[in-house]
Design a protein around this ligand. Structure first.
Ligand code: ATP
Ligand code: MG
Length: 384
């Protein structure tokens, strides 16, 4: 027993000693961590207390001073901090709100998050989803698909493929669909811009946005830039007197400059789209710009049947006579034919049927025709 006790004593001293030192170093560690946390929290607090900086554009430089434009458009003559790197007009900078001293230059692409304002996608539309439009498909394949897929062909022969095309024709005829299909077939990024939004939503920023869109397109190449309602920015203007008109003009000029700025084989293609080709400014369709014009018309009987087949194809139906439906849908656009199919489905659902029959389609045709007669464009807008 005693032997055991004698053995225990030095062991327990050691034990106590080691446990103290271990404890000490653990406490020291904890202390260090707490100090570090305190320091970061102090930093964070300082950061939160600091007033936000303002993003401005530099208009002009005068030695240690600059004229900057603040976001509301007003111009100010301000100091440039000695720590700020050299600036040139056009730079984006951060300035203190209180005395507007320019503190820092920033990457201009960070000031405008273009990806928030345009639709960017990789469409999955196959050519087989486009009814009729055989000629248009062939043409768009030649002008957009071939140069993107086989640029060497063009290099070898020594010609420049068009930079873009203009699709024009009545609403709902499949222009957007065509553009998406060619983006899908070339696995391109599809950037969709709407002309009217460009000038209405982004007042004062339209031309900047155009520039950023093209930068983004190059970054994500191969890319198809799809400009819907091109006429909203590219219409001939009789009077550019008002500031709104001048803004549209600036946006348009920027668009032309961007189109001219990239090379035909840059893997960026532009597809412009309009229902009103006659009002377009000729500058946009000049050689070297959107110089291939592709007309997309209302579908003829053969095309209507194909479109009906596409949209009714996925529906559960019994004894459909597509030829009869084709005859009854003269002057219908692709979008309206799609609406007919959807409506026919609704008629069947309302009657608790599990499938659609010819009569549902006939009723749907009458309904869509009526809507059209009332001037309701809802069917066209329904599918974008
Ligand atoms: N040729 C077609 N083949 C199959 N579906 C079509 C066709 N045309 C139109 N559609 C259907 O109608 C929808 C709307 O068509 P789309 O948006 O392509 O028309 P659009 O010509 O771009 O019209 P808008 O000039 O009004 O923009 C398509 O998503 C598609 O479902
Ligand atoms: Mg469209």
């Amino acid at each position: 027993m005693t032997g055991k006790g004698q053995e225990e004593k030095p062991q327990s001293y050691e034990h106590v000693f080691y446990s103290y030192t271990a404890n000490l170093s653990q406490l020291e560690d904890e202390n260090r961590i707490l100090r570090e946390t305190l320091a970061t929290m102090k930093d964070e607090l300082d950061r939160l207390r600091r007033p936000p900086l303002m993003v401005c554009d530099v208009k002009d430089i005068y030695g240690k001073h600059a004229i900057v434009r603040i976001p509301n458009g007003n111009l100010f003559y301000v100091n440039i901090s000695s720590e700020c790197e050299p600036l040139v007009p056009g730079d984006s900078v951060l300035a203190e709100q209180k005395n507007l001293t320019v503190l820092k230059k920033i990457d201009s692409s960070k000031t405008f998050d273009v990806e928030r304002f345009v639709i960017i996608e990789k469409p999955q539309v196959g050519w087989e989803q486009v009814g009729g439009l055989g000629n248009q498909i062939r043409e768009i394949q030649e002008v957009i698909e071939l140069p993107l897929k086989k640029p060497q062909l063009f290099k070898d022969i020594g010609i420049s493929p068009p930079k873009g095309v203009l699709l024009y024709g009545p609403p709902g005829t499949g222009k957007t669909l065509l553009a998406k299909a060619v983006a899908a077939s070339t696995q391109s990024t599809f950037i969709q811009v709407v002309g009217s939004e460009l000038v209405q939503k982004f007042i004062g920023e339209g031309s900047k946005l155009v520039k950023e869109i093209f930068d983004l397109a190059r970054e994500r190449a191969p890319t198809i830039i799809f400009i819907d309602e091109l006429d909203a920015i590219a219409a001939t203007r009789v009077d550019v007197g008002t500031s709104g008109e001048r803004e549209v003009q600036r946006t348009f000029m920027q668009l032309l400059a961007e189109i001219d700025g990239f090379k035909p084989l840059d893997n960026v293609k532009i597809i412009g789209c309009t229902n009103r080709k006659e009002i377009l400014d000729q500058a946009v369709v000049r050689p070297g710009r959107l110089d291939r014009l592709i007309k997309v018309e209302l579908p003829d009987a053969v095309a209507r049947k194909e479109i009906l087949k596409i949209h009714a194809g996925g529906m559960r139906s019994k004894n459909l006579d597509l030829d009869a439906l084709t005859k009854k849908t003269e002057h219908f656009s692709g979008a309206e034919l799609r609406a007919v199919c959807t409506e026919a489905g609704y008629f069947a659902i309302r009657q608790n049927k599990k499938y659609v029959v010819q009569q549902d389609f006939l009723d749907a045709i009458i309904k869509v025709k009526k809507e059209e007669a009332l001037g309701g464009k809802d069917y066209l807008n329904m599918f974008g």
